[in-house]
Write a protein of this length. Structure first.
Length: 415
């Protein structure tokens, strides 16, 4: 009996939709817009959070990044003070490797200005180059499409070997296998020994390797003065031992560098020890604000939609008053009448929610194409939309359904 009632109520709801198309469209628009606003924002925030988490997982959340300025400050604040600080140096790396007890490994890299890279008739202008030490690939989890990293011999002796990012390899070689081929950089020939797998765009990229040309640190000495602390950008990264708290490692590295740089006890550090969690602290308020704005705008739309659905239900009760009277005269209980209209209201809201979800799905697909990283509609957000529409359907249909259930059968049939 109950399932028959549900089936008949669903059929009745779709009959109402088809019989009054314009009225139904205008009423369900509010529900659909509300769902679009809320679920779009929730999906965007969830996707961004997952993107950040994936970036952290790839880079490792057990790594410290030594830099001139802290990552959790506005770059425009105290910019001049930070610019006057020395760059992390190879000497800093050596002292950390010698004195640190809590670190597993450390790496250093020096970044070089734009270079023209040539292979036969092909060339790339302004390629980004980095000279790196032995542990760099492991700290940054290099994923090779082809080839390998530098051997200890190649790193120590500064041999002319090179690793290419996916985009650089594609532009230079096209469909040709780059491994073993020689490219020319600043008049020197370098043999390609590896091609990195394409990373694509992520929200947080400490370094973008798709368009990078990587050589060993000792090889970089042939191209630039690596001892200069201020000429070119550098990076110093320290990975914690398994089980070591990152804050403990941070304190240790801070003490080692203060001693190595001869910073007096009351003087501030002339370096910053950063970690990826700083980005989370910066982004969390933004994500929270996005959620609040989306829910606020969507809430108004849903409120309008709820009143519209309630209006449809009041009209529906009025149009079917005589039918309600006949049903009650034949023995239909008030609860049956109430459930009939309540289910009808819920179905109307679910239809509005499904329309909204379809639109959200399309918008997120377009956003994925536009921003080059995936923004998806998760199962949990679909469930939120359906539960929300269920609650709206109950709230908007409760009073009209209650009114229908309380009708006197004689008076109802007379009307």
């Amino acid at each position: 009996m109950f399932f028959k009632l549900i089936y008949e109520s669903i059929v009745q709801a779709f009959q109402q939709l088809s019989a009054n198309k314009l009225r139904s469209f205008l009423s369900l628009t509010g529900i659909s817009i509300g769902i679009i606003c809320i679920i779009s924002v929730l999906s965007a925030v969830d996707s961004l959070k997952d993107n950040v988490s994936a970036s952290f997982e790839k880079l490792g959340n057990d790594v410290l990044y030594i830099d001139k300025m802290p990552w959790n400050e506005d770059p425009s604040q105290n910019w001049w003070k930070y610019q006057q600080r020395p760059q992390p140096s190879y000497e800093d790396l050596e002292v950390i490797k010698k004195k640190s007890k809590l670190s597993d490994m450390a790496s250093f890299s020096v970044f070089m200005p734009s270079r023209t890279i040539k292979f036969g008739a092909s060339s790339i202008e302004g390629a980004f180059m980095a000279g790196v030490t032995d542990d760099y690939a492991e700290i940054f989890n290099f994923d090779f499409e082809k080839g390998r990293f530098f051997t200890p011999f190649e790193s120590a002796n500064g041999t002319n070997r090179v690793i290419l990012g996916a985009v650089v390899a594609e532009k230079l070689f096209g469909t040709i296998d780059p491994i073993g081929k020689e490219i020319n950089i600043k008049g020197l020939d370098f043999q390609v020994i590896g091609v990195l797998r394409k990373e694509g765009t992520t929200l947080i990229n400490i370094f973008q390797f798709d368009e990078a040309v990587v050589i060993s640190f000792n090889t970089a000495k042939k191209l630039i003065n690596v001892k200069s602390r201020n000429s070119w950008g550098t990076s110093l990264n320290v990975k914690a031992n398994a089980g070591v708290n990152l804050d403990d490692l941070k304190d240790e590295i801070t003490g080692i560098l203060r001693s190595a740089r001869k910073i007096k006890p009351r003087e501030n550090e002339n370096f910053a020890v950063n970690q990826l969690s700083m980005f989370t602290n910066l982004l969390e308020p933004i994500f929270s604000t996005m959620n609040v704005v989306g829910i606020f705008i969507g809430g108004f739309s849903i409120l309008v939609g709820m009143f519209s659905v309630a209006n449809i239900m009041f009209v529906s009760v009025k149009e079917r008053t005589s039918i309600i009277g006949i049903k009650k005269a034949l023995g239909a209980r008030p609860i049956v009448i109430l459930l009939e209209f309540l289910i009808e209201s819920v179905v109307l809201c679910l239809v509005g929610a499904l329309i909204g979800l379809l639109i959200v799905y399309g918008l997120l697909k377009l956003a994925t194409i536009a921003f080059s990283y995936e923004i998806y509609l998760s199962g949990s957000n679909i469930l939120i939309a359906l539960i929300l529409s269920l609650v709206i359907g109950i709230l908007s249909g409760l009073i009209p359904a209650w009114q229908a259930a309380r009708l006197d059968p004689v008076e109802a049939m007379r009307k």
